[in-house]
Design a binder for this molecule. Structure first.
Ligand code: C2E
Ligand code: MG
Ligand code: MG
Ligand code: MG
Length: 288
């Protein structure tokens, strides 16, 4: 009986895997089509400086406007695009579009663009960044690229050369989701970065979990020692904001400040928060 049950379980997995494989293949085909049909769109989430309450920039987050399924989040298609290599053309579209849209904003704020490790390691990256800047006219200082630890672990020399090339142009680089990957402290000192983004996982448990508090404290003091800025992501409550401020975090990003919004809402959003004034913003956020 145990054997039969084992066979049934095996059969079940076989069917489930075939199903997954089929929907993957379908997703791959649709992704190729979506690129050609320009079905992607960017949403922008503000980043706020903690000590003044001012918005200093926006992170570009890609979405797929699927004809039948509606808006699909990147968690569902970025991994597939990475596997197939489609991420290089999708990522290049994101880079160009983010730079272009940022030049339309009423203020010269920074735009942060996520790069997948495949993109970061591709030999055409610097050329594509130069092109995106030249085509849009965005000053390099307004562009920040977010990379993950996985982008740096394989070819250290190559990664360092890429980071130097970006930095020599004035483009900033942030380490995204910090604390969740292969955090080797040795590489941090070696690589020229500008910012650590503290992963939302730690921020979420800040008010309930002393370990999370210890981790965030450690990341902030590490960043300080290495002269890096810190941005806490995924901040949802006023309690988290107060704690992050007390711990000396520089910037915050999360639903508490604002959800990612379509590009057309950026200008009205800025007008609205400027109108409310810094005091109102601080009041809303429960900071003096
Ligand atoms: P990420 O770069 O760490 O982006 C932050 C994610 O957290 C975004 O999810 C954002 O919508 C979400 N978020 C922001 N504030 C909060 C909050 O207060 N609470 C919660 N629960 N979530 C919050 P999203 O847009 O689904 O993106 C997921 C991931 O997909 C991103 O994580 C990034 O790694 C990747 N991604 C997004 N756009 C791109 C892109 O253009 N290129 C590449 N390579 N990856 C991208
Ligand atoms: Mg990011
Ligand atoms: Mg992140
Ligand atoms: Mg994240």
């Amino acid at each position: 009986a145990a054997k039969a049950a084992g066979r049934n379980t095996y059969r079940f997995f076989e069917v489930a895997m075939a199903e997954t494989a089929r929907s993957r293949v379908r997703l791959q085909q649709e992704l190729g089509h979506a690129l050609a049909a320009e079905q992607f769109t960017l949403h922008f989430q503000p980043q706020m400086k903690l000590d003044t309450g001012e918005v200093i920039g926006f992170e570009a987050l890609v979405r797929w406007q699927h004809s039948e399924r509606g808006l699909i989040g990147p968690g569902e298609f970025i991994p597939v695009a990475e596997e197939t290599g489609q991420i290089v053309s999708l990522g290049n579209w994101v880079l160009r579009e983010a730079c272009r849209l940022a030049t339309l904003w009423p203020e010269a704020l920074r735009v942060a663009v996520n790069l997948s490790a495949v993109q970061f390691r591709s030999s055409s990256l610097i050329e594509l960044v130069d092109e995106a800047l030249a085509m849009s006219g965005l000053p390099p200082e307004r562009l920040e690229l977010e990379i993950t630890e996985s982008a740096l672990i394989e070819d250290h020399d190559g990664a360092q050369a890429t980071l130097m090339a970006l930095r020599s142009r004035g483009v900033r680089v942030a380490m995204d989701d910090f604390g969740t990957g292969y955090s080797s402290l040795a590489y941090l000192r070696r690589f020229p970065l500008d910012k650590l983004k503290i992963d939302g996982m730690f921020v979420r448990s800040l008010d309930s979990d002393e370990d999370a508090q210890a981790v965030v404290t450690a990341i902030i003091s590490l960043a300080r020692a290495l002269h890096l800025d810190t941005t806490a992501e995924g901040i949802e409550t006023a309690e988290q904001l107060v704690m992050l401020k007390a711990l000396g975090c520089d910037d915050v990003q999360g639903y508490l400040i604002a959800r990612p919004m379509p590009s057309a809402e950026v200008a009205p959003y800025l007008t609205r928060i400027r109108g409310e004034g810094a005091d109102a913003v601080h009041g809303t956020l429960g900071t003096p």
